[in-house]
Design a binder for this molecule. Structure first.
Ligand SMILES: Cc1cc2nc3c(=O)[nH]c(=O)nc-3n(C[C@H](O)[C@H](O)[C@H](O)COP(=O)(O)O)c2cc1C
Length: 188
């Protein structure tokens, strides 16, 4: 069975992005899902001096292994001052030192949620520009603005936003299963 990972670019215990990533993952048919939490992959603050001293910490490798073993990635980024949260950037920096092709060509549904009206547009733009340089295959994006108004009891409540998300989820699902079809054709 295909297996996906879903996580937030946040270390908040009440992360709205984790809530959105969890909801989106539940919409993907025919896959097994693992929800990851950055708090389970604690890492020291990246620095080149520390890297020289201790090498790359095990948790950066552990997270890379989660990516390596997945058929697809759902990632919803928190926006802090128009960019990645410190927790996500720190993980990304450590992982990129071990593996420049950090996202390993896995289909990715890239999202952002925020309590404000721009729905994390700035961090989404940064990631859309940067992630492909780390071998991300971004197959769909989704932005959820005004989280409190548009999300309740684990679901997107605004119907047009929910339709938009379903379309993104379908594209993600197709990309995951398309690679299986490709594999089958090559085998024949
Ligand atoms: C330091 C800091 C900076 C923030 N900057 C932004 C911002 O630039 N744009 C935005 O939409 N929200 C901003 N916010 C609000 C976050 O979007 C909000 O805290 C959201 O819940 C973060 O996602 P999370 O719950 O998944 O961690 C900021 C919050 C913090 C703590």
């Amino acid at each position: 069975m295909k297996h996906i990972i879903a996580f937030a670019g946040s270390n908040s215990s009440e992360s709205i992005n984790k809530q959105l990533a969890t909801y989106a993952a539940g919409l993907v048919d025919e896959v097994e899902t693992t929800i990851l939490d950055l708090n389970d992959f604690e890492l020291p603050l990246f620095g080149v001096d520390l890297e020289k001293k201790i090498g790359i910490p095990e948790n950066a490798h552990n997270f890379l292994n989660q990516i390596r073993n997945a058929d697809g990635i759902i990632l919803s980024l928190a926006e802090h001052n128009g960019a990645y949260s410190t927790a996500f950037k720190n993980l990304f920096d450590w992982m990129s030192r071990a593996e420049q092709k950090t996202f390993m060509g896995k289909p990715m549904l890239l999202m952002a949620a925020s309590p404000g009206g721009r729905g994390g547009a700035s961090v989404l733009a940064i990631a859309k520009d940067r992630f492909p340089r780390h071998n991300a295959e971004i197959v769909a994006t989704f932005s959820l603005p005004n989280f409190k108004e548009n999300f309740n009891e684990g679901k997107v409540t605004n119907s047009s936003l929910n339709s938009e998300l379903l379309e993104a989820v379908n594209a993600f699902h197709d990309a995951i299963f398309k690679s299986e079809l490709k594999g089958t054709k090559t085998d024949i």
